[in-house]
Design a protein around this ligand. Structure first.
Ligand code: SF4
Ligand code: SF4
Length: 189
């Protein structure tokens, strides 16, 4: 009987303790979000699902070769200037977000996105297609240039920026080093 009464007392005390904690938070601002209607703003460098900016991709296959789980599918047709990529797909079922493809890509076409949520009922829908066979992407640099596809890669961009900065510095140095006009210059005799 004593034990029975003690159990009732413990239950009442613990219920009040729980209610005390709950009531403390009633007036506080919630720290949770109404997911999926509301979502956190992710940091700029968040590494989410891999995406391909196909305008920059020249189908060099480096990303597919470096991928440890073979989840990048690239299909091309033709040779040299007539080589076209008609499929670039990533199987998000297999991707482990290692980022090796991003590090290997010479044109920065392969990038991490801020996307992290692809809850689906059908796993086949997790194979994302970035190209359409109806609109193949030219792979050769010259054809890409002709068709307005070519985008300089990260190294080329960096070299261009460095050259621009160097030219600006040189100009500034030349201006500083230019001799002051002589005191007689401009004097009307
Ligand atoms: S992040 Fe890793 S696993 Fe995913 S596609 Fe790139 S290389 Fe493959
Ligand atoms: S490494 Fe970059 S450029 Fe080469 S196929 Fe992959 S995404 Fe395209």
């Amino acid at each position: 009987m004593t034990q029975y009464l003690r159990d009732i007392k413990d239950a009442v005390v613990s219920a009040f303790k729980g209610m005390g904690i709950t009531s403390k938070h009633l007036a506080k601002k919630p720290v949770t979000l109404q997911y999926p209607d509301e979502r956190w703003v992710l940091p700029e460098r968040f590494k989410g699902f891999i995406i391909n900016d196909t305008h920059r991709c020249d189908a060099c296959l480096r990303c597919a070769k470096v991928c440890p789980v073979d989840c990048i599918y690239i299909e091309t047709t033709g040779k040299a200037k007539d080589r076209y990529m008609y499929r670039y797909a990533i199987d998000y079922n297999k991707c482990i977000w290692c980022g090796l493809c991003v590090a290997e890509c010479p044109t920065d076409a392969c990038q991490h996105s801020l996307d992290y949520d692809h809850a689906l009922y059908d796993r086949t829908r997790l194979v994302y297609e970035f190209t359409s066979p109806a609109k193949p992407i030219p792979c050769h640099k010259e054809t890409r240039l002709e068709q307005g596809y070519y985008v300089p890669n990260a190294d080329e961009e960096r070299a261009k920026l460095a050259a621009k900065k160097e030219a600006e510095l040189k100009k500034a140095e030349d201006e500083t080093a230019a001799p002051d006009p002589s005191p007689d210059e401009g004097k009307v005799e």
